[in-house]
Write a protein that binds this ligand. Structure first.
Ligand code: HEM
Length: 213
């Protein structure tokens, strides 16, 4: 839940006009992320740590809009990295671990807000195979300026799957958390590992999903 101070900033900001216009004026598209990612990050910090820490982190980063994120706005990707860095500095938890935890949090939110996307798949592998061609396509229809990563299924058997993640944002730890969260959602035990990858199949991060444990 957002605290009072943040709520006030949220509503003050949502009264301002034309965020997409701001986007064109201030940032090239590939540098921005959808505001929902920021509002969820602030909520995570409030829930997992405290509203006071969320405020402190926002003050550390001192974004030009005062931390008044709106879910449908767009903000620089660097600002997300700065928020994670500030949280890491204040909590002593390594930044990649925090990003992974954020992935778990986001996945839960997605299951709450977009349950139909999960209901369409009977199991984890079907769901994961549908991220690129279906899930993120739907997301793009909802938020046409969202910049989404590529997830290519390279191999699949009943027990293992390999997946190539490609993104200029290098948010593989977010992907790790999202994938782990999805495994939990489908109630499947699955070891998820990642390794940098380059070569014929493309440059990126190779995820291996292994249910043989
Ligand atoms: C396990 C499933 C999923 C994985 C692994 C995944 C992965 C990711 C990653 C890693 C990003 C960060 C951007 C980047 O890497 O370039 C991202 C962005 C995003 N994803 Fe997904 N995603 C999943 C499912 C979903 C679902 C179910 C939704 C919505 C219902 C969704 C909506 C979004 C949105 C809105 C963004 C932000 C786009 C932007 O900042 O412009 N994702 N996804």
């Amino acid at each position: 839940m957002v605290n009072g101070a943040l709520k006030a900033r949220f509503s003050a900001y949502s009264a301002q006009p034309a965020l997409p216009k701001l986007l064109h004026v201030r940032y090239p598209v590939w540098t921005v992320m959808l505001g929902m990612v920021f509002t969820e990050f602030v909520e995570l910090v409030e829930e997992r740590f405290s509203p006071a820490l969320a405020d402190a982190v926002l003050q550390d980063v001192a974004p030009p809009h005062g931390g008044a994120y709106t879910a449908v706005g767009y903000y620089p990707h660097e600002e997300m990295l700065a928020l994670v860095g500030a949280l890491s500095a204040r909590t002593g938890v390594a930044a990649p671990e925090l990003v992974k935890v954020f992935g778990h949090h986001l996945l839960k939110r997605f299951t709450q807000g977009h349950g139909e996307m999960f209901a369409r798949s009977a199991n984890l592998f079907d769901f994961v195979a549908s991220i690129d061609g279906h899930i993120h396509v739907e997301v793009h229809k909802l938020y046409d300026q969202a910049t989404l990563p590529r997830f290519k299924v390279l191999s699949r058997t009943p027990t293992t799957m390999t997946l190539l993640y490609q993104s200029s944002r290098n948010m593989e730890m977010l992907a790790q958390g999202l994938l782990e969260g999805a495994a939990q959602h489908y109630g499947e035990e699955c070891r998820i590992t990642q390794a940098p990858c380059s070569g014929a199949q493309g440059d990126g991060v190779l995820f291996t999903l292994d249910k043989t444990l």
